[in-house]
Design a binder for this molecule. Structure first.
Ligand code: MEV
Length: 321
């Protein structure tokens, strides 16, 4: 096989962000916006990249140099994933990678983790290396840590496994959970930088370990309760727990006035619960809704200045097309 096309989904954090970086569980879902990657074998030992959505055209680098030193932002994840794969499974032939994105990276749906997931799946297929989902995850997570330095890997797990997951870093537990709920997603229009927010929480933890660790503990317990409520189909409890999770995130200092007002608007319009989703500081908020309230909640979020993102949860994990 000389050419394969793979794709992987974006993600939305449901409950447990930040605490998950510090060993507590979280619940995440894959969403139906996908990143596609076409991989073609080359006779020469180079990596070529075409990634129009991040302005990369006609990029070419010898395999012996990839993933090192200065790299354009748009090729970093691709170079490091290919480098780590070839270190683990050496190959003679080079590679051309072309990406096609269905989602804008600014929305915080996890374009980097989807890129990594689509690539590891594509690489295993084209170079005929048989890897389990966990092995694909471990390889991809190594690449993410090499580039970002911080992160739990929850987004990569969602991109590889798909569906909705109960996740403990660094892939210690990855278990599917129900996706029988409905979310409304509101985007703030503000791009947040996850690494900066994770480091900010780390600083708070260093200065005030007792208080911050207690918050992480509480979030961890809340995620366990949320998981039980989810399997019992108890949406009222899930909504209440999302509201409580938002209070903890506010205490961590990662919410923002705009997130707060979109969340408030959703609750007032009848959402069962609402919270920020992800690192905070901007990006998205989510509201748990029953069908008859969906339209009113969407309208309220829009009126409060949010942009409604139409996404479906529980999307397929990374796959070969
Ligand atoms: C960011 O979307 C979620 C965080 O928990 C970071 C992570 O888990 O990698 C803040």
């Amino acid at each position: 096989m000389n050419k394969v096309t793979s794709s992987a989904p974006g993600k939305l954090m449901i409950v447990g962000e930040h605490a998950v970086v510090h060993g507590k569980p979280c619940i995440v879902t894959a969403v139906n916006q996908r990143l596609g990657a076409t991989l073609e074998l080359l006779d020469k030992p180079v990596l070529e990249v075409e990634a129009p959505e991040v302005d990369i055209h006609d990029y070419s680098r010898p395999l012996t140099e990839i993933g090192q030193g200065e790299m354009p932002k748009g090729t970093r994840f691709i170079e490091v994933v290919v480098k780590l794969f070839l270190q683990a499974y050496p190959q003679q032939q080079g590679l051309r990678v072309t990406t096609q994105s269905q989602f804008q990276s600014t929305f915080g749906f996890g374009s980097s983790s989807a890129t990594v997931a689509a690539l590891v799946v594509g690489l295993a297929k084209i170079y005929e290396v048989s890897l389990s989902e966990k092995e694909l995850f471990d390889l991809g997570f190594k690449a993410i840590l090499e580039i970002q330095g911080v992160g739990s890997g929850f987004d990569l797990a969602a991109a590889i496994y798909g569906g909705a997951l109960y996740f403990v870093t660094p892939g210690k537990t990855i278990e599917p959970v129900e996706t029988s709920f409905q979310l409304v997603v509101g985007y703030t229009g503000v791009k947040a930088d996850t690494s900066t927010l994770v480091r900010m929480v780390n600083d708070k933890l260093a200065h005030n370990p007792e208080e911050i660790n207690a918050i992480f503990e509480d979030i961890g317990k809340l995620v366990e309760e949320f998981r039980q409520a989810l399997s019992a189909g108890d949406f009222a409890t899930m909504g209440r727990l999302m509201n409580t999770n938002q209070e903890y995130l506010e205490k961590l200092g990662v919410s923002s006035p705009l997130l707060d007002s979109l969340i408030q608007a959703a609750r007032q319009a009848g959402a069962l619960g609402a919270k920020l989703s992800g690192a905070g500081g901007g990006d998205c908020m989510i509201a748990l809704v029953e069908s008859d309230k969906t339209a009113a909640v969407k309208e309220a979020i829009s009126k409060a200045g949010g942009q409604i993102m139409e996404v479906e949860i529980g999307a397929h994990g990374a796959k070969i097309q």
